[in-house]
Design a protein around this ligand. Structure first.
Ligand code: ADP
Ligand code: MG
Ligand code: MG
Length: 887
């Protein structure tokens, strides 16, 4: 019989530790913490397998589960010495969800379960604290009504507000035992009115109701949205944790808190967190009262008054700090922790690897390796390559003028500018139209997730550094400023006031998630810093990396950026943009519109010195490194004149009439240019074009070698080859030109001639093509278009639907279609190598900067990937991670 219940705590373990798939992250780590001797209230976990079975069986529980759960309750009773439902000294439990991976705020928790009209009096007697007992009961009814009975939680909150207002109170903690007892009566009336039945008094009914609700929450809308955004399979299910309650709401020696073992925003090695005295559960993150800092240093830095935990509860703080260190050593990662202090005694309620910003991930990985906690290779494996993007992008220019409206908490770093919007739906709608928006909310809740995702940044008026907005924004890599208390938001009128100033929906603001500043208008940005931890991690990555990383660049400025980012050559230097240059376009047009070789050559002669200059500049930056130059590729009509004045200019330069030119331009019209007269088809029909380009390349290379002594290594690449014969013809033009140039210059340069593989036929015939070409560069943009028969420019209309329906796991233009396009690449690599064992293989499509595609390139044994300059570091890290995986 399958075991569905695993016990933990009180010296008992059913061995759940470590199995997150079965017990969920929370359950596995509760058992883990208890097993290393930390103070964990006893409890048991109902497995994720049960959740899956519950849904398979039509949302019913098997009979055997009742017995297992009863045993689990008996375990808790044994350890605590209290009985579930006992009128004299009742055991109370929490019922908590917990999936394999943390889904913060996505699932619902019920606290203080086991209270009813009778046991509450027992709790009064046993605790000697009537206020605490009634506070617990009213919390229980409120949570149970919301999560399990699904009643209108607004009406309960309203009743609480009225109770406070009646007495002139502002804080929950000011309510007396009598006030809370009266509130319980009001709550029970609300339940009867809305549910049609009295609040459940049987503690076992309460328990099963709550267990069912946790399983039910797995299929809630907000959980589904979160899973979709984070690629979490619906089949995983959630576990349910039932655990003895400990109480942070037992007066001023009690508290509840959340903490990170290091700063999750910066990665700094400093305990980081917040706590609330005399509070329970989610009070800290719900923004009900302003939480206090954990450490004195953090309090002082923030200039806050209320005592930190270090100051208010020094002994418990020291114990907590010891626990932080134990947990980091045990789990070998930064931990995100939930704890409660009951009358001075510390209890651990949760630990997990903490979500962090890219910046913090980098610093923590490097620090931990330096501390000897993890290896350099582990540090490399831990930083999400794609998230490096956040660090490689600009931050606010400190010197730019700022019109600061207000300051909140620096909840998630990075800078963002955009139009102010006040609700998630508008954020999503405008973002879909390509607008940059900043989502402004009093505080966020899980219902806002889609809007947070769509926004460039998030600003809230309430909530601390561990509020929902802060945690979710950090996870998503969105800049966030939280708790900007001076914002008066009127979401109905769609305005916010800051003092005497008003900001309306649609106005542009800038938020700086690193300083907490909120500014009117948009603010200039500066380039990121690449030394320090970033440099260190890159060095470690390079030690394990096998794939070389090149860049796609065609201007000296881009080449320089790419070299700073560590590019080891150019994998794709396109030559067409050079043709568009304003100073040359007339000569280019003259060349295209010429109707004889003589006319073309006359124009090409004008272009040659210009091209030579382009290449010389690039070769100078890339001295000693390979530079792959793709000969002219796009259909000629892309360069044609559009306006009368342009025609006139070309006509004059070429010495022909405008009418004659227009006739020629018409002839060049194509029905399907992507499959038309382009690539090597240009070189085959007009060899003099490629001849001019080859000459420019070799002359520039000789000149640079002469000048600097370090020759570049040109790799001349012929595009859109389908047959061996095409490449043969083109190679002949290139080699003949090289020979001529070398004779004129009196020196030779090493170079290669190769081809792009971007047509399925070329992949299939790679064995023959490799007889001529010394390298293959997979042009995966076109190879994807030609293999799928999908034009990238027109795919937008249906690709999202294709991904939603699971036809493609991801957009094949973003991440390689491994099964289809990938198979062609494997086949071409294999056939190419069979002919020419030392053939150089690389990839130069957009995919060269995508970590999943890079992993595929590693598996296929390519020699290099080539990515746009800003993605070079991502590619280096991803290549290192792929190499580590392959070990
Ligand atoms: P989430 O997954 O949303 O963080 P949890 O199950 O961790 O939900 O519960 C939220 C909070 O409820 C915890 O941080 C803790 O403060 C409180 N809580 C949960 N279980 C207990 C318990 N057994 N005793 C006291 N507080 C608890
Ligand atoms: Mg919760
Ligand atoms: Mg939690």
């Amino acid at each position: 019989m399958t075991k569905y219940v695993y016990r933990f705590g009180g010296g008992v373990s059913d061995g759940g530790q470590g199995d997150k798939n079965l017990l969920g992250g929370k359950g596995a780590n509760l058992d883990g913490m208890a097993s290393i001797g930390l103070p964990v209230p006893p409890g048991f976990t109902i497995t994720t397998e049960m959740c899956t079975r519950y849904y398979d069986d039509g949302e019913v529980f098997p009979e055997s589960l009742r017995e297992e759960v009863a045993n689990g309750i008996a375990h808790i009773e044994g350890v605590t010495g209290k009985k579930f439902g006992d009128v004299a000294d009742p055991l109370l439990v929490s019922v908590r969800s917990g999936a394999r991976v943390s889904m913060p705020g996505m699932m619902d928790t019920v606290l203080n379960l086991g209270l009813n009209d009778e046991t509450v009096t027992g709790l009064v007697a046993a605790s000697g604290d009537a206020r605490f007992a009634w506070d617990s009961y009213r919390r229980f009814i409120q949570m149970y009504s919301d999560v399990v009975l699904e009643l209108d939680h607004g009406s309960f909150e309203e009743a609480l507000e009225i109770a406070k207002e009646d007495k002139g109170f502002t804080l929950d903690t000011e309510l007396s035992a009598e006030d809370l007892q009266a509130l319980v009566s009001t709550y029970k009336k609300l339940v009867e009115e809305q549910w049609g039945k009295p609040f459940p008094q049987d503690v076992n009914d309460q328990l099963w109701g709550a267990v069912g609700a946790v399983f039910g929450s797995w299929q809630s809308e907000r959980a589904k949205v979160y899973r979709r955004l984070n690629d979490i399979p619906g089949g995983w299910g959630t576990a349910v944790n039932v655990q003895a309650m400990v109480f942070g709401n037992m007066g001023d020696t009690s508290a509840t808190g959340v903490a990170f073992t290091r700063d999750p925003a910066t990665g700094e090695r400093a305990y980081y967190g917040e706590f609330l005295i005399n509070a329970q559960g989610e009070d800290v993150v719900a923004g009900i009262r302003t939480p206090q800092y954990l450490t004195r240093q953090a309090r002082e830095r923030a200039g806050a008054k209320p005592a930190s935990m270090e100051e208010a509860m020094p002994e418990t703080y020291v114990e907590l700090a010891r626990v932080f260190d134990l947990l980091e050593t045990h789990y070998r990662d930064m931990q995100d922790i939930e704890f409660t202090v009951e009358r001075g005694k510390l209890w651990m309620l949760q630990t997990r690897s903490g979500k962090r910003t890219a910046k913090a991930a980098l610093k923590i990985a490097v620090d931990m390796a330096n501390e000897g906690l993890i290896t350099e290779a582990e540090a490399v494996a831990r930083v999400d390559a794609a998230a490096l993007d956040q660090l490689l992008h600009p931050t606010l220019d400190p010197k730019a003028p700022r019109d600061v409206l207000t300051k909140g908490l620096p909840a998630s770093p990075g800078a963002a500018s955009g139009q102010v919007v006040f609700d998630a739906d508008t954020a999503e709608r405008l973002a879909e139209m390509g607008e940059a928006v900043i989502l402004v909310r009093v505080e966020t809740s899980p219902e806002d997730i889609h809007g947070m995702h769509a926004a460039k940044g998030i600003l809230t008026a309430r909530g601390g550094m561990t509020s929902h907005a802060a945690v979710v924004a950090r996870g998503m890599g969105r800049p966030c400023v939280s708790g900007a208390g001076s914002l008066a938001i009127d979401s109905k009128a769609k305005t916010m006031r800051i003092g005497s100033r008003e900001v309306k929906e649609g106005d542009i603001i800038t938020i700086d998630g690193a300083s907490g500043e909120v500014m009117f208008g948009s603010v200039a940005t500066v380039q990121p810093e690449l030394a320090g931890d970033f440099g260190t991690l890159m060095v470690w990555a390079d030690k394990v990396r096998r794939l070389k990383v090149r860049t796609n660049a065609e201007t000296p400025a881009d080449c320089r950026t790419a070299r700073e980012f560590g590019a080891e050559g150019i994998g794709l230097c396109r030559t067409e943009h050079m043709f568009f240059d304003a100073a040359r376009i007339t000569a280019v047009r003259q060349m295209i519109l010429a109707d004889s070789e003589k006319g073309r050559r006359a124009a090409l002669d004008k272009l040659l010195p210009e091209q030579r200059k382009d290449f010389a500049e690039i070769f100078e930056v890339m001295a000693g490194l390979p530079v792959t130059i793709r000969l002219l590729d796009p259909p000629l009509h892309e360069f044609l004149p559009h306006q009368e004045s342009e025609f006139a200019e070309v006509a004059q330069a070429a010495g022909v009439s405008v009418d004659e030119l227009k006739r020629r331009a018409n002839e060049l019209h194509e029905f399907n240019p992507m499959l038309g007269h382009r690539g090597c088809r240009l070189g085959v029909t007009y060899p003099e074009i490629y001849e001019m380009q080859a000459r420019a390349i070799f002359e520039a290379a000789c000149d640079i070698a002469e000048k600097s002594g370090a020759a570049p290594i040109p790799e001349v690449m012929v595009p859109l080859v389908a047959t061996k014969r095409e490449l043969e013809l083109m190679k002949d033009v290139i080699d003949t030109t090289a020979k001529a140039v070398f004779a004129e210059k009196g020196r030779t340069i090493d170079y290669l001639v190769g081809t792009m593989i971007e047509l399925p036929r070329a992949a299939l015939k790679a064995g023959e093509i490799a007889e001529v070409g010394a390298f293959f560069s997979f042009g995966t943009n076109d190879l994807t278009q030609t293999t799928l028969g999908v034009s990238r420019d027109d795919a937008g209309r249906f690709l999202t639907t294709y991904v939603d329906k699971g036809i493609f796991p991801r957009d094949p233009f973003v991440s390689i279609d491994v099964e289809g396009v990938g198979q062609l690449i494997e086949l071409a690599a294999e056939r190419g190598r069979a002919t020419r064992p030392d053939i150089k293989l690389g990839i130069c499509g957009e995919h060269g900067g995508d970590p999943a595609s890079i992993a595929f390139c590693e598996q296929t044994g390519l020699d290099y990937v080539s990515a746009s300059p800003y993605r070079v570091p991502i590619a280096r890290l991803a290549a290192a991670q792929a190499a580590l995986k392959a070990r």
